[in-house]
Design a protein around this ligand. Sequence first.
Ligand code: UTP
Length: 224
Amino acid sequence: MRVVIRIGGSVIASPPKPELIKRYAEIIRNLRAQGHELVIIVGGGAIARQFIQLAKQMSLKEPEQDEIAISVSRLFAQMMALKLGGLDWKTIPTSIDAVSKALKERGTVVMGGLKPGMTTDTVAALVASEINAQFIVKATDQDGVYTKDPRTYPDAVKLDALSFDELDSFLEEDKHKAGIHQILDPEAVRVLKKERIQTIIVNGLKPENIIAAINGKKVGTLIK
Ligand code: UTP
């Protein structure tokens, strides 16, 4: 199967979790050995946002701040790539073309952000569309999509499945509900909906969830 795995900075980078990154590398190696083709896209999380703050204090412009955040995401991508393939894998692709090429050569690509003005969610959507991925697994720090932000509302209920239209209506209903808002950024949703790419949201703090999702087990929330 061809799958895009989007690992949140909230999972591996905030704070940095070396053991978990190692574990991910192991899981990805195993999935590859089973014949899957994988693009792993990691976010920069809180550290990226700290660097954005630094860049702001230097009066760097917004696209310049974004470039700094992209570098942070690539740094985490590089750590995982080195663990997977050693120094041969040290170069992190910086364009969609480079991703396609590396995927053809190696069957596994690890990357971070691509260009200013988006998030790694949108990068995941664009890459998935380009390589015709069967679906995206997004590893986050929640068990899936909830009716409300589970961190604030104890009565929030986890949804097993929902459509992109339903997700849209959540976003429209209350733009300020952090839990929902952060599930996927709106631009990513637009691309996924247009290209009809399914996305499974799972808790990435338990990386076995990624294996379960790829093996078709019921886990997290399926958005289709
Ligand atoms: P991330 O995608 O790393 O977001 O982008 P995040 O929500 O902090 O990470 P997760 O969900 O925990 O993984 C962080 C910032 O980096 C810039 C943007 O400023 C974005 O808000 N960025 C990232 C880009 O400009 N382009 C990219 O392709 C990726």
